[in-house]
Unconditional design. Sequence first.
Length: 316
Amino acid sequence: MLHTRVTEILGIKYPVIQGGMAWIADANLASAVSNAGGLGLIASMSAGPDWVRKEIRKAKELTDKPFGVNIMLMSPHAADVAQAVIEEDVKIVTTGAGSPSPYMKAWLKNGIKVMPVVASATLARLMQNIGATCVICEGSEAGGHIGDLTTMALVPQASEQVSIPVIAAGGIGDGRGVAAAFMLGAEGVQMGTRFVVAKECNVHQAYKDKIINAKDTDTVATGKRLGHPVRCLKSPFSRQYVQMENDINCTSEQIEKLGTGALRLAAQEGNEEKGCFMAGKISGLIKKEQTAQEIIEEVFFEAEQALLQAQKWIKR
Ligand code: TUI
């Protein structure tokens, strides 16, 4: 059993949290992960507070275990969702794609544990200073909106800068990844892509098949020119996007327009031409659909084996 400050603080069995994946992480997936002993998350993405309230109430019916809500700070509805989680008595919030500082005081006053996703050690320290419970350090191997540092470089540097627990994210898809993250200073992990192929994940089957059939070099970071890189699987969409980014005659507005709605097309419709299939660099390792419970139990069995067997390298 891996027991850390993360399992203790969050009241969960395994030190794993599910990524707050837009258009993917709903009450069904979140409750399945929580029931399996991890921390499930509902992704608020760009949805309004009413949708988020509905999913929170659904999750409360599906699990009596802790779960949280991920708030995407670039969303036009971020402030309303930040208030809705207080009113719905959510106990744990993770944030992404920006700084949660405008909402921090209100959340902490209401006893909410806040775990911001950051892409740098500097921001990790800043989050600790404003009251974060843990910090999720996400490397650029992750799917979706990414920073610049890799998990390998970010996690040890952030671990040196903060005393709160570090949760590693980006490029972790099996027990070896968990063991490696722990060696870098993490006390928990976040997995996104591996949970996309969970049986309880309602994403379109084509999305799951694309991850299962992907090889190691099948992801690409789009959106660098617009200043918000997004990692997704290579596809007709990503090829056109990159082509437009490299074309000086294409305006930022034209590129932005291509991306609008592309994630929904992938997640809900499995649209192979126009969909943006966000996924991490670890996609090539993911080979089958499993229940959330099978995923978590397998990953942590492997992690314990890896950590125990690491002793074999030491010669006394
Ligand atoms: O947020 C994510 N992943 C996401 S959000 C998303 S929706 C979206 N779609 C299209 C374009 C942009 C977003 C899809 N995937 N992960 C967490 C994360 N947060 N990664 C990086 C960051 C981050 C970046 C900058 C956190 C803080 C930050 O701070 C900058 C600042 O405000 O100082």
